[in-house]
Ligand binder design. Sequence first.
Ligand code: HEM
Length: 513
Amino acid sequence: MEVSEVAPAGSGPVNIPLCPGAVTSCCPLKRAWIYSGPEHTKRGVIRNCDRIDVRMFRFSLDRATDNPLPMNTMTAPPAPKGHFLLGHLPRMRNQPLEFMTECARLHGDFVHLRVANIDAYLLSHPDLVEEVLVTSNRNFIKPRLLREAGAVLGNGLLTSEGDFWLRQRRLMQPAFHRDRIASYGVTMVDLTREMLAGWHDGETMDIHEEMMRLTLGIVAKTLFGADVVQHAEDFGAALEVALQRFIERMGFMRLLDALPLPRNRRFKRAIGRLDEIIYGIIAERRENGDGSGDLLSLLLGAQDEDGSRMTDLQLRDEAITLFLAGHETTAIALSWTLYLLSLNPGAEARLVEELEEVLKGREPRMDDMATLQYTDRVVRESMRLFPPAWRVGREAAVDCEIGGYHIGAGAQLIMSQWVIQRDPRFFDDPEAFRPERWDDDLARRLPRFAYFPFGGGARRCIGDGFAMMEATLLLASIVQRFHLSLVPDQSIVPFPSITMRPKYGIRMTLKRR
Ligand code: HEM
């Protein structure tokens, strides 16, 4: 079939004769119809096609193909050049931030990647993110990479799917209710005070390590009760070893997992230790009850409509998930925030001014949150530039369509906060740290997913309110008492793995105010 047979431009609705097996489509901007023959050998573009009736076109396509798809698009999105065998794996693995930014800026909002033998798409427009996370979310499940972390996290809230996930989310939601979170504020400030009591003028420390220790203690105490705090460090260390396997290889070398290598033995030992601690805590709590309303007691007491309760295995999976998701991300947010403040003395001065004005020397409290507006903006802006979760992934569970493109079941979709939140179409001077850009309700003026550090849709972070309160109270407590400056001659590099921590930590010198 010749392209010229297909559509006299501007002739209104036409019935298009298609040969069996042909695929025909409209480009996403609806500026051109594209025709490919059965073996994709023929391709032609008809201009001015926006005058062709799309419904009529779909109808023809459905009738003409053996395997009709309810869509009008089969064009391939642009794809950067990759290795003949590994595709884009080397760059995705070695320089994901640079590579993804380059893909988005050079090739557009919808880019086709091949990661070894896996099809992946990088979506870099807020509307596409909304389509995946909200409008068409039923077509997607969590990505392959996260499923692999299931070896550590089990079937917890982050990794579970379907009805099981929904039931668990409903059971756990009350523990993250505003009023409940408010009661955690006191613990957050208490533990920060204890940490600051150990800080000395002129001392140098890795601020990221310090933040990890603090946030781990906070999750342990607020969500699992005082009895867990004694195990927090041990637990954190085992969790780190267990996750190292995913951090190191990002899921591409599963064959090695079965071999008796030292790192596999370390992994098994770490999982064993995690289980031992968690099951110990669960058994103790089942025996002694109470827990004064922390998350663990809520989970233990939670009943489904049919009266069933969570098994120990479910409790273990949810506990490990919350430990992991609940401490590292906030620690990372705080570490990058303190780093950015040290590079931007003007922003630090304005922050100190607000703290003096609002707090007048006393410690911050939950009810200061509404008044600590600049503090809130500092945290927001820091998470824009250095999002602790730097990408959200999904896998297509079925053949579907996104942004006018056909996505085959099994394809991986990547939506990166790092890329979109630094996009000059949405943020002026995007690389600059400017907390005041959030004045005048910028958040409301932006497209919904131009800024999405906590993801969105049904799977939005359950701990977003917890994290924002924690980051604000901790930052206020620290900056109120100490000025932190960067130790010179160190390499500060974001390390994008599951989260985006500073690769070599951030060494800072303390100066009491
Ligand atoms: C700055 C801190 C945090 C950031 C940036 C963050 C980011 C995220 C993101 C992007 C997701 C969505 C993942 C996806 O859609 O695939 C998520 C989910 C989740 N987060 Fe957070 N998070 C933070 C703090 C917390 C805290 C403090 C907790 C708990 C105490 C928590 C628990 C969870 C859980 C359980 C999920 C899975 C929710 C579900 O699928 O229903 N997060 N988080």
